[in-house]
Design a binder for this molecule. Sequence first.
Ligand SMILES: NC(=O)c1ccc[n+]([C@@H]2O[C@H](COP(=O)([O-])OP(=O)(O)OC[C@H]3O[C@@H](n4cnc5c(N)ncnc54)[C@H](OP(=O)(O)O)[C@@H]3O)[C@@H](O)[C@H]2O)c1
Length: 361
Amino acid sequence: MSDKLKVGILGGTGMVGQRFISLLENHPWFEVTTIAASPRSAGKKYVEAVGDRWKMDTPMPEKVKDIVVMNVNEVEAVASQVDFVFSAVDMSKDEIRAIEEAYAKTETPVVSNNSAHRWTPDVPMIIPEINDSHTDVIEFQKKRLGTTKGFIAVKPNCSIQSYAPVLYAWREFEPYEVVATTYQAISGAGKTFKDWPEMVGNIIPYIGGEEEKSEQEPLRVFGKVENGVIVKAEEPKITCQCIRVPVLNGHTAAVFVKFRKKPTKEQLIEKLESYSGAPQALKLPSAPKQFMRYMTEDNRPQVTEDVNYENGMGISIGRIREDSIYDYKFVGLSHNTVRGAAGGAVLCAELLKAKGFITKK
Ligand SMILES: NC(=O)c1ccc[n+]([C@@H]2O[C@H](COP(=O)([O-])OP(=O)(O)OC[C@H]3O[C@@H](n4cnc5c(N)ncnc54)[C@H](OP(=O)(O)O)[C@@H]3O)[C@@H](O)[C@H]2O)c1
């Protein structure tokens, strides 16, 4: 029998679910044994349930094709087959909140891509390189849920990944005011150009709910654990506009920053390039060797050239320069469905396994 942990993918037929299945194809610690989706897909083989909806560049892994898809709502049945689950279902927030808690209460850890629990006070929202210490709230969450092994951990929104780690790497210079504009790929809406032809050559200046997440979520990631809950940071104040652009994969952010202790450009670059966190120290399987790189060319980072840096888990930064109103401005790029969604969640699960929170049942 395999020593790998048995994983279920809730919402495995969707775009993020497919990304989980692709990323986990040859994972050294985790093996996808169970896939669950809506009642529409339940009872069908995975290959049939997905049909012509496979959106990955690589072929569907052979190992999952014949897995019979289960109904996400049959919590006990799904949970009994796995050691933990990744959640990428698309349901209402209330339904997701309830179903993720129901899985946790069956003693099944849930690592979620969804936003439903991002502000639940005792649920950690983790970028593993930044706030791995937020796992300290899990013991308080378990007390609330009445569980010994079951809990929920989440990853933050894809839009913040191109600038929040950068601001964190610069924290000793005390950034206090930030203006960001994000240029977000269509895969962030679960779409390709085939199913969203209106996006070809187009820009849409609205992504529902995204600006608030982009302004607030970094503060929770930068926050600290106090009395069993996460208290968000007060600074930097962030204001953000989120724009949908005709790009398949890759969110770009153009950002202006004011610092209390204004650094030199060389200091800013040095802080980015020397930054590393728990995933690098623990040598987690999906950890990028270098989390953030600085590109000196004036025309980088570019989506087509740079989005797959470090297998889509690294962040590319360029164009740091002084500004006439703010102190500095820069451009950041990250892969929205890898670092920003499934890859970020896989790294989070690796961190939780390495710290002993996820074990065999
Ligand atoms: N795309 C991204 O980059 C991204 C990034 C961050 C967060 N998210 C979030 O992640 C979630 C999934 O996104 P996605 O783009 O993968 O969506 P998607 O492609 O529409 O997939 C949705 C998944 O949820 C299942 N589902 C839908 N309605 C359901 C129901 N009533 N009961 C049970 N299962 C149901 C679907 O099953 P069927 O196939 O059977 O319908 C499918 O497996 C969403 O909440 C989204 O907001 C997405």
